[in-house]
Write a protein that binds this ligand. Structure first.
Ligand SMILES: Cc1ncc(COP(=O)(O)O)c(C=O)c1O
Length: 448
């Protein structure tokens, strides 16, 4: 074991993991869609790190942008003053985002972006003279981050459970757009999942509800895409009751769906977009909230101060990196590359549907999940114990076979793929071949 694997085992808290009793895999370098560990083994990074590395690994232009900015001015806050990288990036995001969205509050990551959107919503309604509007509607199984505010919106029981007493009670969770397991519609799914948001607003009292937080395509549970008309119906409901619509695009923006933002994919304009991850392709940490003019207008009308700030929000180096990342995504036509190739990616994944344990391929852009069942033809699910055992085998099997993908059991067992946006047919083939082999090996291990 290398010294650093020992150091990781002895000294590093791994996130969402047990205290390691062996040295964890140590990823040392990356190039394009691939990364290498400390033993020189190559992996296809079919998760873009953690839905992050849109432009791919090993880009010297992004590294140089960071270095140049660090030399010019490594750090200055955006507390009451501004600096060039933050101003330029805010203007660029205003240009790329849907509709009339025009102002950006920067954070250092996605959880902070969600917290910030909620706090901006709170102050917005105070400014408008509606002080009771604090509550939020989110969706079941959704992940919106881990800080206590964001975790209150997150709806994944094991992640919430240890902290339940510390979470606030201001959130109601409604159904996802999981159409495979919908038991409410006869035939194809109607817009019941959107209508449930209206019911929740009415149950809570419209005068108490501040915002609805939804992802364009819900990650947790496995890439739940919206039914046709879902976003339009949600927009209509939010407008009817004066509730802010927050599109949590920490994963779904910057090309992941083949568009800059979810609004361009599904034709809606939210009141706020939360973003992080892909904005810098991970070459530096950054997140934020993009808002429509009426949010800032409410603050301006009262000369209100934004009672919220984060030291590293809008870090100059991160903003310079984000500008370089967006420039590269534009210059190299990466968003179009996703839009052109998403059909091929899906078609390749759909070849897996002949497997007796793969029941569905779902997602869009470069963001897909396959769902696993005990007997796909007869829609017989794995029991909870079987699913946990299967995931327990799949995770190491995928890694052993050189594929970084997400085998997960929040809800039904799934494998999820979110490769760098530069991926093409070679990578799709590896994803399909290794997934099949890893699943077969895992099922054999379970049977044996
Ligand atoms: C939709 C969504 N919101 C928020 C977050 C939290 O982001 P972060 O991990 O940067 O705090 C995530 C993280 O995966 C996410 O997927």
């Amino acid at each position: 074991m290398t010294d650093m694997r020992t150091a990781a085992m002895d000294h590093l808290w791994l996130h969402f993991a047990q205290i390691p009793s062996t040295g964890p895999v140590l990823i040392e370098r990356g190039d394009g869609c691939y990364v290498w560990d400390s033993d020189g083994k190559r992996y296809l990074d079919a998760l873009a790190g953690l839905f992050v590395t849109e432009i791919g690994h090993g880009r010297s232009d992004l590294a140089n942008a960071a270095s140049k900015q660090a030399e010019t001015m490594a750090y200055f806050p955006v507390w009451g003053m501004a600096h060039r990288p933050a101003a330029a990036l805010a203007a660029k995001l205003a240009q790329l985002s849907p509709g009339d969205m025009d102002r950006v509050f920067f954070t250092s990551g996605g959880s902070e972006a969600v917290e910030s959107a909620w706090k901006l919503a709170r102050q917005y309604f105070l400014a408008k003279g509606e002080p009771d509007r604090m509550k939020v509607i989110g969706r079941e199984t959704a992940y919106h981050g881990t800080t206590l505010g964001a975790l209150s919106i997150t709806s994944i029981p094991p992640i919430r459970a240890p902290f339940e007493p510390m979470l606030n009670q201001l959130v109601t969770h409604v159904s996802t757009t999981n159409q495979l397991h919908c038991d409410r519609c006869e035939g194809p799914c109607t817009l019941h999942a959107a209508d449930e948001i209206e019911t929740a607003i009415l149950d809570q009292g419209p005068e108490t509800v501040a915002a609805v937080f939804l992802e364009p395509v819900q990650n947790s549970g496995g890439c739940f895409t919206p039914m046709d008309g879902y976003w339009q119906r949600v927009r209509e409901i939010c407008d009817k009751y004066g509730v802010l619509l927050v599109s949590d695009e920490v994963i779904c923006a910057f090309g992941r769906l083949g568009t800059w933002f979810g609004g361009q994919k599904f034709d809606y304009v939210p009141d706020m977009i939360t973003f992080a991850k892909g904005v810098t392709s991970g070459y530096a940490p950054l997140g934020g909230v993009i808002t429509r003019p009426h949010i800032a207008d409410a603050f301006r009308a009262n000369d209100d101060i934004v009672w919220h700030g984060i030291t590293f929000g809008g870090h100059p180096v991160s903003c310079a990196v984000a500008l370089a990342n967006i420039e590269a995504l534009e210059a190299e036509g990466i968003i179009d590359h996703v839009a052109t190739n998403e059909g091929l990616f899906r078609a390749k994944l759909e070849t897996l549907l002949d497997h007796p344990n793969i029941v569905e391929v779902r997602g869009t852009g470069y963001f897909y999940a396959i769902e696993l069942m005990k007997d796909a033809a007869n829609m017989v699910p794995f029991t909870a114990d079987e699913a946990a055992e299967l995931i327990g085998h799949l995770k190491p099997a995928l890694l052993e076979m050189g594929l970084i993908a997400r085998a997960d059991g929040r809800g039904a067992p799934i494998i999820q793929y979110s490769p760098p946006l530069i991926a093409g047919e070679d990578e799709f083939d590896i994803i399909v071949d290794v997934s099949r082999a890893a699943l077969d090996q895992s099922l054999a291990e379970m049977a044996g």
